[in-house]
Ligand binder design. Structure first.
Ligand code: ADP
Ligand code: MG
Length: 701
């Protein structure tokens, strides 16, 4: 079991109590002493370094100066509101300012004595000053005891008001570390620590909070990063092992008439080699009796859905049901529309279940699902609700997986007595490091080839001032019979008032593209689903030539005749979103275009995003750049999945550590799957603390 002392409520620590304890829980999710101990500083201030006045730049991090006071002045009419002083070294002078504490301060600083001050320089009017610096005399005997690297913790206003700013938190941790009941036990085998020269856990924890010097701090951080990534990998690999060795799954022995009829009567193109390869892999997996858990990566339009569909038909051929889960209602709607169009011909019963499905309809679907009448269910995450029960679910497809986490995936496993096979599809290419962290338990297939005849989408950047030219180009394309998307980032309730409103945009387009020659559709998130569908259908039937919309068309929409994508306020979109949008065109035989419209003023980051889009069509390159620009925390959906709430490691910057963690986790899982060897006992203990308390992991031996 876990270390009992560390499991006690933070309230019992000296200096906390119920009120501060509640705040720590609410504001920082710190419940136990262990949570407090693993509240790591997010940065450190180097107090071993002295700046010169001349070097100071406003808005920079904290600086430490050595010098002399002069010109101490009190300001204010009736009462003192401000005190200033000049602080000088041999390179120049800077103003210091205080807004309280004058009574004591005004006589505190003596001329001719050398002081050390520490604070954050900022612009005040047209000059730089430092407000409320920390001050001490330079020959202060305590100076030597001050930590060289001063930790900074995240805190909140509420906590600060209760004395729990960064310093207050550090003080609590000090109390905890000095408590004789605290034992910080090693949890990594010495074999790993020796090879990687990792610091022991006790020293690492102490040095993270109270670093003696930068060297020890870096070693402490490296150790804790390794530990964090290692246990995640160990868990993912053990889940995988459990699945491949223990979990029995359904067996699809034969290829039957649904699969064959689809292939012969519906499919009107040849699969690409990549698609063939993936279908082979899947057909192999589903015969083994072990559960398949496969991630299918492929750029937008590479033909993943077709592969998924064939796999699902295989399930139906073998007497099982299949389901497809999509992240949004629109997308599930779209899948439903295409899939029913294909499957009607061969007599497969398909249902659609969304959050907004009416009760009576839902009841029917649930009934037919239970009886087995319905063979194929498509829907949003409404599918994972407990009341959704299948007669015998055999194959699960999850589209755009990055929005679902491991735990949500696991919920679908339990929908059958025997785990169904799972195929996870993602059109957002996932950089390797991220894939390793989030999907480390999956096998990976890649469709790295587009269907033949696809031309690369030509991408250009145009400033708003060139709008007339863009309109001219659009007219020319429409005359050639093409259709056009115009996408706005705005959602009506958005507080971003400077964004061009979708409706304004729609009106200006209607003016520039008048009837009877042109017809314009509009679709946005606030419309009723029926109206939305009506407009979509008109566009699909080519009754309108321009579709003005918000990002509701972002994923999954498949209209090959639409060959121009105009993105308004393109600077507002993230890279992966732009790439998704661009993927809506280039699906037919015609040359397609993506036009990124922006204002004249762009931030450097926006410029880089636009440039990346113009320069490359390679989804993997785009994903890498995206990860670099935004950091993993911002990648859509990763937050909800919870997997990436790393406390200290950073999957981009710590790629090397991640690889080492992965390698060791692989080695240990192979050599000692039950973690039974004595040298792995510490590992096993920590592993149980971390993962075996949660219900869904309970199947692990
Ligand atoms: P994804 O799900 O990867 O975005 P889809 O499966 O939706 O891609 O396929 C995109 C479009 O390409 C669809 O219209 C589909 O019918 C078509 N398609 C898929 N595979 C091929 C192929 N091998 N040859 C020609 N067209 C294909
Ligand atoms: Mg798709």
């Amino acid at each position: 079991m876990a270390n009992n002392f560390l499991n006690t409520s933070v309230n019992y620590l000296k200096g906390v109590g119920p009120e501060r304890g509640d705040l720590l829980k609410k504001e920082l999710a710190v419940n136990t002493l262990e949570d407090l101990l693993s509240l790591y500083p997010y940065r450190y201030i180097d107090r071993s370094r002295f700046y010169k006045v001349r070097e100071i730049i406003a808005g920079e991090a904290y600086v430490q100066l050595k010098g002399y006071f002069s010109n101490i002045c009190l300001h204010g009419k009736k009462r003192v509101t401000r005190m200033t002083a000049v602080f000088s070294d041999d390179t120049g002078s800077i103003e210091l300012v205080w807004f309280r504490g004058f009574k004591w301060l005004k006589d505190a600083f003596k001329p001719g004595i050398e002081y050390i001050i520490f604070g954050k320089p900022a612009w005040y009017g047209n000059k730089i000053n430092i407000a409320h610096p920390e001050v001490e005399t330079a020959d202060n005997g305590h100076a030597g005891q001050r930590p060289a690297m001063q930790p900074v913790y995240s805190s909140t206003e509420k906590l600060k008001n209760k004395g729990l700013g960064s310093k207050g938190i550090n003080k609590l941790i000090k109390t905890l570390i000095e408590d004789p009941r605290l034992k910080i036990e090693e949890n990594l085998p010495s074999a790993i620590r020796d090879v990687l020269k990792l610091m022991d856990r006790h020293s690492a924890v102490v040095n993270i909070h109270f670093p003696e010097n930068n060297y020890l701090l870096q070693r402490a951080r490296a150790r804790m990063k390794f530990e964090e990534l290692f246990f995640i990998q160990l868990n993912l690999l053990r889940l995988k092992k459990l699945r491949t060795e223990k979990a029995q799954s359904v067996v699809f022995e034969k290829v039957g008439s649904f699969f064959n009829r689809y292939y012969n009567e519906v499919l009107d193109f040849e699969h690409t080699n990549a698609q063939k390869r993936v279908i082979r892999q899947i057909r192999h997996d589903v015969k083994t009796g072990k559960q398949m858990n496969r991630l299918l990566q492929g750029d937008v339009g590479s033909g993943k859905t077709v592969v998924a569909l064939m796999s699902m038909l295989l399930a139906i051929d073998n007497g099982y049901q299949a389901c497809l889960m999509a992240p949004t209602e629109i997308l599930s709607q779209q899948h439903y529309a295409t899939i029913t169009r294909y499957l009607e011909k061969i007599g497969v019963k398909v249902g659609l279940l969304k959050g907004s499905t009416k009760t009576s309809e839902r009841d029917n679907i649930l009934k037919d699902l239970k009886s087995g009448e319905l063979q194929f269910l498509i829907g949003t995450h409404a599918l994972i609700e407990d009341r959704v029960q299948f007669r015998n679910l055999g194959f699960v497809v999850i589209d755009e997986q990055h929005r679902f986490g491991v735990a949500q995936r696991a919920k679908l496993w339990y929908k059958n007595r025997v785990s169904p096979h799972v195929l996870v599809m993602t059109a957002t290419p996932i950089p390797r490091t991220l894939a390793m962290t989030v999907y480390g338990d999956l096998d990976v297939s890649v469709i790295d080839e587009l269907p033949p005849g696809r031309k690369t989408v030509k991408t250009v950047h145009q400033y708003d001032t060139n709008r007339l030219k863009v309109f001219g180009f659009m007219r020319q394309q429409i005359r050639k019979g093409r259709q056009i998307y115009v996408v706005y980032p705005l959602i009506e309730e958005s507080e971003k008032l400077d964004l061009k409103d979708l409706k304004d945009g729609y009106e200006s387009i209607v003016r520039a593209f008048p009837l009877p020659e042109y017809r314009v559709s509009i679709v946005h998130g606030k419309m009723k689903p029926a109206d939305k569908n009506y407009e979509m259908e008109r566009f699909i039937r080519r009754e309108t030539q321009i579709m003005v919309s918000t990002t509701v068309i972002e994923v999954g929409v498949d209209i090959p005749n639409a060959s121009v994508m105009v993105v308004e306020n393109a600077e507002r979109f993230g890279l992966s979103q732009l790439h998704q949008l661009r993927g809506r065109v280039g699906r037919g035989a015609e040359q397609s275009y993506c036009i990124l419209m922006t204002g004249n003023k762009l931030t450097n980051e926006a410029k880089q995003r636009i440039r990346t889009m113009v320069e490359t069509n390679d989804g993997f390159k785009i994903a890498e750049t995206d990860l670099k620009l935004r950091g993993p925390g911002d990648i859509e959906g990763t937050k909800q999945s919870g997997i990436l709430e790393l406390k200290i490691a950073d999957i981009i910057k710590d790629e090397k550590i991640l690889k080492a963690a992965r390698d060791f986790a692989v080695k240990i899982t192979e050599e000692d799957p039950g973690l039974e060897k004595p040298e792995n006992y510490p590992l096993r203990k920590r592993y149980e603390e971390l993962y075996l308390t949660k219900r869904s992991w309970g199947r692990i031996s």
